[in-house]
Structure formats: C-alpha cells, structure tokens
Design a protein around this ligand. Structure first.
Ligand code: GNV
Length: 508
C-alpha cells in the first residue's frame, strides 16, 4: 500500500478512510483522524454489526480485496496454455473454488443452466460430497427428467426448478452459495457445471470474501449487495431458498466490493422497474458514474450469444440498452459521441481455438437471426486475449465495460451471465412503463469508488507494476482488433469447410 493511497483526499479536513462505510475501525482515535463521509447511500455511515466471536476466521482471505489494489475477479484455468497464465493471481479451477482452503463446507447451492452432477460431485472435496447440495435449474420435461436421473444416486442432492413464466426464458444465472462453519461465500461466474466449460474456455469468476456470521440480524445494516441478493432469491419463491435467505441474512456482507445486477423473468413496473436488467445498471451508473470526461468513452460489450435485437440500431441496441450503459451521474441522456464495440468471435477465431470448431457449440448466433440484423457487423471486434494467454481459449465470459479513448482506464466493469439479448437485459414496453425480462441472469459490477473513495477510474494494467490506483485486468486485449475484410462472425448453424486445429470440419 503506497503512502499516497493511505493519505486519501488532501482537500478534506481529515483524510478519507479508504475503507469508507466498510471500515470496521470505528474507534475514537481512528474516527478522529479519518473521515468516513461518502456520497451515495451505499457509502453511508456504517453501523458496526456484532461479530460472532465464537467463529474463527482464517488469518488471510485472498478473496478479501481490502488489501490489494487489483480488481478481484478470476478467469478459469485453461488446459495446455503456459503455466504463467494459470497462476493463482489470474486463474482458478472448480476444485479450488470448492476446496476446504476456502472454508469448511456445511452445505451449498448451485444455480446454473447446464449440469453434469456426477462430475460436479467429483469436484467437491471427498469429505464434503455428502453435504446438502441444492441444484437450482430452469429445466422442464425431458431435460428435467434427465437431471432427476443424474441426481438419483445422491441422497444429499435436492433439485429446485425455477419458474419461467415467459416464453423463451432460460435460467442462465451461474452462482454458488457456499455455507461454511466459518461463514458464507457467494460466487458469481459464467461457466456451466459441465467439464467442457472448465477445460479450454475463457470464463470469469467473482469470489466474495468470507462473509462472517453475525449474532444479531439487522436489516438496516445490510449493504446494497446483500439486500439485492436477498431480493433476487426472493423472486424464486420456493421453500428451500427461503431457508438460504435466512442463512444469508445472518451474515455480514459489507466487505463485498461489488454491486449486483440481476434479471428475473417478469413484466416489471413501478418501483420494481429499475431493480433488474439494464435499468438496474442504469440506476447504479446514475449513482456512481460521476464524471464529465467519460462522455466520449466507448462501451465494450463481450458475450457468447446474440439474440434478436430488432430491425435497426434504434430498436434496442443503441436505444434503451446503450442509454443505460452510457449513463453517468450528470447525464441521463445518451451522449451522441459514444461508441459501441461488440467483441464476438470470428469464424477464424473459432477454427483456430484450442477446441477448434467444437468451441462454436457454445457461441449461439444463428444465420436466421444474423440476417435480420446486418447492422451488427459494424460493431463487431475480434476475440483477442494475448495479455492473459487466452486468444485461443474461446470466450464464454460475458463482460461489459466503459473504457477510456486511450485504452488506459475504465470507469466500471461488469462480469455477468447476461448475453447480448433482450431476454437477458430486458426490453421496455407499454410506452416505457414496464421492463419485460424473460430469463434469470446474475452479474457483478465493479466501481473504483468501492475500492477507494477518491478513485474515479480503474487503471488497465497488464501486470502489477503499476501500483498507483486500482488495477483492472480486462479479459481481452486493447486496442481492440477490427474484423478484416475476410472475417465473418461465427454463426453456429453454417457449414465451415476449412479444417480446424483438430482437422475437423463443422457441419451442424
Ligand atoms: C450452447 C449454451 C449459458 C448457455 C446458454 C446455450 C445454448 C443454447 C447452447 C451453450 C450456454 N445457452 O451458458 O448460459 O442453445 O441456448 O453455454
């Protein structure tokens, strides 16, 4: 920690405590020497919650970002890339996430889209494989039957079906709740619980700090993150998650340095309208995106599936969606100068990926949809990730960010399950009075001010050498690489005749 960072804001009478409302050193001497005033509700004066003194916390929690200046999300380990790109500072595997080093597991919940239950069980430590495991999925009919068959040999595994009341909705959310004797952790990620998603793809994982148990539950002390998470779980309206909600409420989540942006199916109106999807992100950006100089900064979106986005850019993409993603505290209006870049793999990206054309099975963009929205071509950029050694690890990560024109700073960064679709982010209906969402999604947004009050930007660092300010490692390289004249975007229902790295062709 540099002295510069410790001193904080020199304009204030007292230096600002860098932990803000999350500071737990509210003793008189500390309060005398540091200011804890903050601007948003999230940074309000924090009332100390009673910690359960009987619970021992590990000496050092590497997922507690209090003591680092690097934004704490991880990529999944990729087989057959140089070791340095799978180092613990960059990458994590499923076994690592579920390991006893993270805590002494008592019970867990896995929210996801795809499951291989026997394989998942093998990734839990041997002595934890009989602990209660709740699987939250969105499958019906044959898919549900298959899942039940998979779970049958495991008496500790319970299934919970999420309601999908609107057509074409899916349960995309990828989240773990890990209850330990020491506390609880929340993991939000982009990988399905199948081996192929953890082998050679680029995936993102956010792991919360260990949230300690509190003696007395106090709803008024809850962080926005915790309230939003409980609100999200509330929407499932199922008995097993009610128990988990009360468990979660008994933990102190004030150390989570992220905001939650989730989607739940429904037609959301009134006070509920800006709780979900792109309107939730818009609300967060109104509260936290407070600077003038980012008006011209481009938005970069990056995803593995593309839905039907309407007949022209104004239908949704550069209308309501971009309006949300370009929101700042001072302007609710879309600034005309904002550019949008959309990273989506080219056919050549897929052909030369570690998996070859098989990677294209997780890149869902159909010819029929693509022909209806030729305007997307101009926004497309190649997948390139040399900085983290993942150019050939096909992206299944979804991220959204606002990056400076000079490619050296970012105003915010979002890691989410949400692809580029109206089903995921929501679409305004009825004269903008309701937001219609089909799917369940969940993601986290990182803001510099949640790391250090005085910080307006993340510095985009290739390594740890830049120690001033807070570093963010993007999953892709900057500057972005435009499509060449020969490049076409990957469409998973076309034929490709040029052999891939495994000598195979693609005939879906
Ligand atoms: C292949 C995925 C996800 C997700 C969702 C698919 C599909 C499909 C096909 C992969 C996938 N959908 O992770 O949420 O047909 O929708 O990985």
């Amino acid at each position: 920690m540099s002295e510069k960072r410790k001193r904080g804001n020199s304009h204030a009478e007292k230096p600002i405590c860098k932990y803000g409302d999350k500071c737990y050193r509210k003793n008189p001497i500390h309060l005398e020497s540091y200011s804890h005033s903050c601007r948003s509700e999230h940074l309000q004066e924090h009332k100390r919650m009673k910690l359960d003194s009987t619970v021992e916390r590990p000496m050092q929690d590497m997922f507690d970002s209090t003591n680092t200046n690097i934004v704490s999300y991880f990529l999944t380990k990729v087989s057959s890339i140089p070791h340095k790109y799978n180092s613990p500072s960059i990458a994590i595997g499923l076994k690592d996430i579920l390991s006893t080093k993270m805590g002494d597991l008592k019970a867990s919940v896995q929210f996801n889209f795809m499951f291989d239950i026997p394989w998942l069980m093998e990734n839990y430590p041997p002595d934890k494989r009989s602990k209660p495991l709740l699987i939250v999925h969105g499958h019906q009919h044959e898919m549900k039957q298959q899942l039940m068959l998979q779970a049958e040999p495991y008496p500790n595994v319970a299934l919970c079906q999420a309601k999908l009341p609107i057509a074409f909705g899916t349960h995309h959310s990828k989240m773990m709740l890990l209850l330990y004797t020491e506390g609880i952790r929340v993991v939000i990620m982009t990988a399905n619980l199948i081996p192929g998603d953890w082998h050679q793809k680029t995936q993102g994982v956010w792991i919360s700090p260990l949230f300690p148990k509190i003696l007395e539950e106090n709803a008024t002390n809850m962080s926005e993150f915790q309230k939003d998470l409980l609100d999200y779980l509330h929407h499932y309206d199922v008995a097993p998650l009610k128990d988990w909600k009360s468990q979660l409420a008994k933990h102190d989540m004030s150390k989570a340095r992220v905001r939650l942006v989730a989607s739940v199916p429904g037609r959301h109106t009134g006070v509920h309208k800006d709780k979900w999807g792109h309107l939730k992100l818009r609300k967060l950006l109104q509260e936290n995106g407070d600077f003038d100089d980012i008006q011209s900064w481009p938005v970069i979106g990056q995803f593995s599936s593309i839905g039907s986005l309407g007949k022209d850019t104004s239908s949704w993409l550069c209308g309501e969606w971009m309006e949300s993603l370009t929101t700042t505290i001072k302007s609710k209006r879309l600034s005309s100068s904002s550019t949008l870049h959309l990273i989506f793999p080219t056919v050549e990206n897929v052909r030369t990926s570690l998996e070859g054309y098989n990677a294209g099975g997780s890149l869902c963009y159909s010819w029929k949809t693509a022909t209806k929205q030729p305007y997307l071509k101009d926004f497309f950029r190649c997948w390139k990730s040399d900085d983290v050694g993942r150019t050939r690890a096909s992206p299944h990560i979804k991220s959204y960010s606002r990056v400076s024109t000079h490619n050296d700073k970012a105003a915010w960064f979002m890691l989410t399950s949400a692809n580029l679709s109206k089903a995921a982010w929501g679409g305004l209906e009825k004269n903008k009075s309701q937001l219609m969402i089909r799917s369940y999604e969940i993601g986290v947004v990182f803001f510099p001010c949640d790391y250090e009050l005085s910080q307006k930007y993340f510095h985009l660092c290739k390594d740890k050498s830049n120690t001033n300010g807070i570093c963010l490692r993007l999953p892709y390289d900057l500057p972005l690489l435009p499509y060449s004249h020969e490049d076409e975007c990957w469409l998973w229902d076309r034929h490709y005749h040029k052999p891939d790295v495994n000598g195979r062709l693609w005939k879906p």
